[in-house]
Design a protein around this ligand. Structure first.
Ligand code: GLU
Length: 555
């Protein structure tokens, strides 16, 4: 058969460059020895999840710890899945977590010499190579309809055989010249398939950068490389793009492992040196005692928006993912508490070989620690950013008063420099935690335990004597004075020694004041809270609580 004529009949495009030209257009990158070129290659569906972030972090760390390049390629061959603004959203989401691309789709960079980075814009490259394969007899047209393929699949299923287009089931593999041209003359749609030369009886060993040595069975499927609309399949585009974009390490989900034999064969027939591969394990969670994959449908925590809305500190999410990526990260962090996580010697081959367990509680712990390391100003900026985007109108308004919030944060976070409190876990929770400092949303349900009469007396006596200039010890002396005046022990030790002699102790009186001023029996230092609130607001709260006090029964 005249294969050149066939190639021209199947791919008549006149504007294709000869395949070898692309080797010149996209020469090997000049990078230092050991530098890795990695990429994130999402479809533009607009949904970017934790798995993508996890993978992107492995890509980004690999590239940037080796002096290489991390780029963004958009796999938009499936037009139906395209969502407007999706590419920008991927870039923005990753940037929020401190992950930046060096080159690629929508990235402004001098490096962008390996584009275009949208697969749809690379049609000529794929077509040029498909044509070459047809000319070499390594690819052929297939005219089978969906119905015919379904029938074959049913037959294979019934006989418990591997499904697909191979061996005797590859009906169009040996069509005669006449048969091909008569179908073309009848305008029958066709796809281009690889003429596989593999044999499933052959097994080879393959070294995956994460999984180590694995056994791979040769591919014998005549997979589609160009669809009937001339658009390449993932397999074909992957081989061509990762070759010409000079990717050195393909990091991708383990769901692609089963396609690896196809990719190995494609690289071989195309005459390209394959990249190295690292197949990452899936993120799992514990669900009722069993471990299962995180699912888009069941688990809101798979979406990255979940972390932004809940206000986890972005660096905490990244650090948490680092602990999953490389299990020695935590130990390194303990030894280098002040170091940037980017200084950690990340290595792809230290990644876990099987299901990584995702644990929200651990993330929360890390988020508390990261937030506790912020200065009050930084924490203010972080909480304000969240309030502006996700908070209520009241939250937004509160954050207009920076000075006031910084004072509150200094108290809630504990003295800078000394051991910080870890009360703020997430922005959403942090904003709620300090909301009692604002009158417009302060609507306590006073859960006083003391008798109502005592509550009223304690509040009014304290109010009469309150002076915001008092330091902590003067303030506490006044609380003791109130305690003694209403029959409570001024010293806890006295109460413990002789409980029958008192209605309670000074700590019960402090609790009354605390509930009146903050609405809760637990809070940071009350004397400081009163100072931040100011005299007027404090007195108003004491009075309001005295008037509306729901205490225990009157004694
Ligand atoms: N577009 C593929 C995906 O989103 C890319 C897989 C790969 O990284 O090669 O799953």
């Amino acid at each position: 058969m005249d294969l050149k004529k066939l190639a021209n009949a199947l791919i008549p495009d006149e504007d294709l460059l000869p395949p070898e030209e692309y080797e010149k257009i996209y020469p090997p990158r000049s990078l230092p020895a050991g530098a890795e070129v990695t990429r994130l290659a999402p479809s533009p569906t607009g949904f970017i999840h934790l798995g993508n972030l996890y993978s992107a972090l492995a890509d980004e760390r690999t590239a940037h710890t080796t002096g290489g390049v991390f780029y963004l390629r958009i796999e938009d061959t499936d037009e139906k899945r395209k969502v407007e603004g999706a590419v920008e959203s991927v870039i923005r989401s990753l940037r929020y977590f401190g992950i930046n691309f060096d080159e690629g789709a929508e990235i402004v960079s001098d490096l962008n010499a390996y584009g275009p980075y949208y697969q749809r814009q690379r049609a000529k490259i794929y077509r040029s190579y498909a044509k070459k394969l047809i000319e070499e007899g390594k690819a052929y047209p297939c005219f089978c309809t969906e119905e015919e393929l379904d029938k074959v699949r049913e037959e294979q299923n019934a006989e418990k055989l591997v499904t697909g287009y191979y061996g005797k089931y590859a009906k169009c593999r040996n069509l005669s010249e006449e048969e091909i041209y008569s179908r073309l003359a009848a305008d029958k749609p066709f796809v281009i398939r690889l003429r596989s030369s593999g044999d499933v009886a052959n097994k080879t060993s393959f070294c995956d950068a994460i999984k180590g040595d694995i056994t791979v069975t040769e591919n014998d499927q005549d997979v589609v490389i160009l669809k009937s609309d001339g658009i390449p399949t993932y397999h074909f585009a992957h081989a061509i793009d990762d070759h010409f974009m000079r990717t050195t390490l393909v990091i991708r989900g383990e769901e692609w492992l089963s396609s690896l034999p196809i990719h190995i064969e494609l690289f071989k027939v195309l005459g390209f040196k394959p990249p190295r591969y690292a197949h990452t394990c899936s993120l799992m969670k514990m669900d009722g005692g069993t471990k299962r994959k995180l699912s888009k449908r069941k688990d809101p925590e798979l979406s990255l928006d979940y972390y932004r809305k809940a206000g986890y500190y972005p660096r905490a999410v990244v650090k948490y993912l680092m602990t999953i990526l490389n299990s020695d990260f935590e130990e390194w962090e303990l030894k280098n508490p002040l170091a940037d996580y980017r200084d950690f010697p990340f290595r792809i081959n230290k990644m876990g070989k099987s299901g990584a367990l995702f644990d929200l509680d651990k993330l929360s712990d890390i988020s508390r620690t990261e937030i506790s390391k912020l200065s009050e100003e930084e924490c203010y900026e972080f909480l304000k950013g969240w309030a502006d985007e996700f908070g209520s109108p009241a939250d937004k308004a509160h954050f207009e008063d920076k000075e006031y919030i910084v004072k509150i944060l200094a108290l809630v976070m504990g003295t800078s420099g000394k051991k910080r409190r870890k009360d703020i876990e997430r922005a959403e929770q942090g904003v709620n935690l300090i909301s009692y400092f604002f009158d417009d949303v302060f609507s306590p349900e006073y859960g006083f335990r003391a008798a109502r009469e005592d509550v009223e007396k304690a509040l009014s006596l304290f109010a009469a004597d309150y002076d915001p200039q008092d330091d902590n010890s003067a303030w506490f002396s006044k609380v003791k004075k109130v305690a003694a005046a209403i029959g409570y022990a001024a010293e806890t030790s006295e109460y413990k020694a002789n409980p029958q002699a008192y209605k309670g102790s000074v700590s019960d009186v402090a609790e009354i004041l605390r509930i009146a001023v903050t609405g809760s029996p637990n809070s940071p230092d009350l004397c400081s809270i009163m100072k931040i609130l100011g005299k007027e607001r404090t007195l108003r709260r004491l009075e309001r609580a005295a008037n509306t006090a729901e205490g225990g029964a009157r004694s």
